[in-house]
Design a protein around this ligand. Sequence first.
Ligand code: 0WD
Ligand code: CA
Length: 424
Amino acid sequence: MEQHRSHNPNPSHQNRPSAYKREREDNGRNHCENKHSRPNRPQNQSVPSRGQNPDSSLSLSTRRELYERDFPVYKQPVEVGCFSLDSERRFFNDGRQMRYYVEPDRSPNFDLRDGYKDRFIKRDDSVKEKLDHMLRWILANRSKLSARGTTASSCDLDIDFVTWRGHLTKLLTAPYETREGWQLAVTRFRGTLYISEVETEAARRDQENRTERHEEMMYWGYKFEQYTCADTVHGQPDPGGVLNTNEAFCTVVQTRLADHRLLFSGEVDCRDKDPNAPAAPACYIELKTSAEICTPKQRSNFHRFKLLKWWAQSFLPGVPRVVAGFRDEEGVVVAMETFPISKISHLIKNEHNCWKPTVCMNFCSDFLSFVKHIATEDNPSVVYLLSWEPRRDVTFSVHRDSPYCFLPHWFVEEMTSSQPSHQS
Ligand code: 0WD
Ligand code: CA
């Protein structure tokens, strides 16, 4: 992945076609319809009306050809902390849920269906946690993040964007996504832009209409983790135990994409147990399961679709490898393969018209610039909702005191009222 991290000799964004587009006919009305906000109030009052400020009519294209330029600067991500969620989804500002990878046989015959009926506690995914765990981590670690020096602004974070890694993955893959759209809520608060996903109607419907087979297959990925991870550095996996998907270990990394300073968190499956392994995030391992590949067509689809998602997800936090278990139709792992993230872009080079890392990263960078440009009002009760559907441009609407608000009072109050706890 280092090859992509080299500094771009010409990072300025001049002399390239702009992906921003202004809607010709509508006055931004579409973007402002808002069934959630208070009646009798202009929807986008934070954005002055058209003419004065045309921003509310701006949109952003996801067309690939607009993003085929030099790879942007992406600084090596640095782990600034971690946190854990226990079996009851309680937050701990430490790594107690870290697990250690135990390498299985090349053809391990793991039965991924085992325990689905009787040893499985599933996280309640109707509970929308938004950014809450990250915000808890930020409050507990504020002094690590505050602006350098002890100036008056030292209570503000030295960061442009705070979000989940998974939300950034969706941005990276958008130029190639043909099925699932997304909605991202953005709030500017004390100079930092917070990005939190809003479930789309389509996603909610899909979730409600999942088949029993699909539900069970979602378990297979977690079961694979249980076969390959131990709770302690010298321990062994315990596939006979209860599997509880409330438990999670998350890394928090800081990095920079072009001129965007990012702080994001991602769930990490496990780490290399070798005491001489490099420091986090380079010691982390992402675990995946995938259907075994039997035909050239299946191989091509794997390269075009799955490897894009795997690459984007792990490249972002600097996780260097994915360990994949290939399973048959019955959910038995028949083969194992390790994919170094830095080699994935070479693997796909033979695919005609395949995805390109530079397009992913440039789109993400331009999206973040777009967000900085439109989300101008610094106010925890204002949400800029960015919406995207495949084959469309990204558009936005503005919502005040609406159900889209996602920064909790406890966060706003503590950030506003007090200094970082261990600074005087
Ligand atoms: O409620 C939600 N819609 C979300 C919850 C959206 C995004 C994240 N989360 C929570 C997850 O529960 C988890 O604690 O945030 C944490 C993970 O964030 P992430 O790392 O940014 O998410 P992502 O990269 O999409 O997923 C990483 C792993 C997944 O592994 P695979 O190998 O399947 O990509 O986190 C897990 C899953 O194991 N995961 C989830 N687990 C339960 N509920 C969810 C979810 N909604 N999303 C991801
Ligand atoms: Ca995984």
